[in-house]
Ligand binder design. Structure first.
Ligand code: HEC
Length: 122
């Protein structure tokens, strides 16, 4: 029994490491050059929070795979459209209730998209 327990722990550990490795993705941002370093640091922090929320609430439906690489779409401010994005389509109406994605969360996700470096043309 003890042996079995050890084996299971090891297996969990390995799969955990593998999951982390596949999830790891470097996201680049593009801030206005006129932005001061301290303000930039604040926005970088907001973007990082937005990235986590995007990954949790949106990426499952919106990330695409191209040649094995995960691509996060470039959603414009216009597309994000504040509150309206919640009810933009039936899927969103069902999957994006305020209880799951708060107004603040949506704001952070919008900030993330505002400054995320745009994807290269494919
Ligand atoms: C359960 C699946 C699902 C989830 C979760 C989801 N979406 Fe969507 N989303 C859709 C579908 C379906 C559409 C409409 C078809 C399309 O344009 O891809 C859409 C459309 C959009 C569009 C318009 C895209 C365009 O090019 O016009 C934006 C922006 C968007 N979603 C943002 C988000 C954000 C931000 C989240 C997370 C907070 C999210 N979605 C979560 C399924 C989903």
């Amino acid at each position: 029994m003890q042996m079995m327990k050890k084996y299971c722990t090891l297996l969990l550990l390995i799969s955990g490491i593998a999951a982390c490795a596949t999830h790891k993705q470097v996201i680049e941002y593009q801030f206005p050059t006129a932005m001061s370093p301290s303000v930039k640091a604040q926005y970088a922090d907001l973007c990082a929070q937005g990235a986590v929320l995007y990954d949790r609430h949106c990426s499952g439906c919106h990330n695409i795979k191209v040649k094995g690489k995960t691509i996060i779409p470039d959603f414009t401010e216009e597309k994000m459209n504040g509150y309206a994005i919640r009810v933009a389509n039936r899927t969103h109406e069902e999957h994006m209730p305020d209880s799951l994605v708060s107004a603040e969360d949506l704001g952070l996700i919008s900030t993330f998209f505002l400054y995320k470096k745009k994807n290269a043309a494919r």
